[in-house]
Design a protein around this ligand. Sequence first.
Ligand code: GLY
Length: 363
Amino acid sequence: MAVLILGGGLMGLAIAHRLAVRGTTVRVLSRRRSEAAGFKAAGMLAPHAEGLSGDLLQLGQRSLELVPAWVAAIEADSGLTCGLRPCGIVVPFATAAERDLYPTAAWGEALDRQGLERELPGIGPGWEAGLLFRQDGQIDNRRQLMRALQRACVEQGVHLQEGVDVLELLQDGGRLSGVRVRDAAVGIHVLQANTAVLCSGAWGAQLLPELPIFPVKGQMVSLQGPRDALNRVIFGPGTYLVPREDGLLVVGATSEREAGFSEGLTPFGQRQLQAGLEALLPAASQWPPMERWWGFRPCTPDEAPLLGPGPLDGLYLATGHHRNGVLLAAITAELVGDCVIGTVQPQDEQCLKAFNWRRFAAT
Ligand code: GLY
């Protein structure tokens, strides 16, 4: 069996790796890997801190459990570390009443002001309560995970091709028959394929307009702080701080639905991050900025992903992960990989139904 993966970002690579480990021949087509959300995200593993609920919370919790083994497999295949840091995440609140209303409060440890100061030395004065989610954490997606996953894919025999624009999906009587692509070397040509996985993130609707996917732009900045200045992620309202092992602090993120695919940083977005940083950890506003960037989250109307069979026979979907792509990569690779190979477990059928793209047509 040969499978074409359309998109070389985190989902594309995670599924490619899973399939290759199971003996499938895999080819990954990528336009520009640097624009993938896997290189933009902060890398939080945060189903509880993000306040997810319902099927999406369950999916996130399942993926969180899979992460250590998933990372171990990537590290073993690549010989590289992924930067997994099970450091816990604290969500701060202005009042205890707000804390107790948080959707995932039952999964966290309630903190008062003293508890906040113990967990987050230097936290700003505007916070009186918090929830500590010890089970949540982070992974260094930008500097480590993406590189390790790519290497693991290559070691498993995945054929990675960059600079390839997929222009059109070709079908024969409702069944995928190939893709029309453009690449710098050959120009426009057709690749035959009976099985493909669409992993093109926020750009998915450009190939399949019936998919309800749209971009939600996020702007970010990183600062260099002292090592160990902060040992847990702080997930504040509108701004979060993710401390890497070496003291680099990733500050995110704006959430701009109206921005479409507009490129670039804006003064307004950067001021918002600065204000959030000052409110959460005042001392960090003196730390030197290292990098500023932006990316596009692939969002759907219910902010949950599209997983499993797509609109054509032989075409599968793995997109629409919105704010939770890094968290959900492990379970996405498992579920969508099983769909492609035809080994879906009976207990996963219901889960795949909940995230099928047709759920929007039914409402
Ligand atoms: N997961 C955080 C964000 O999307 O900004």
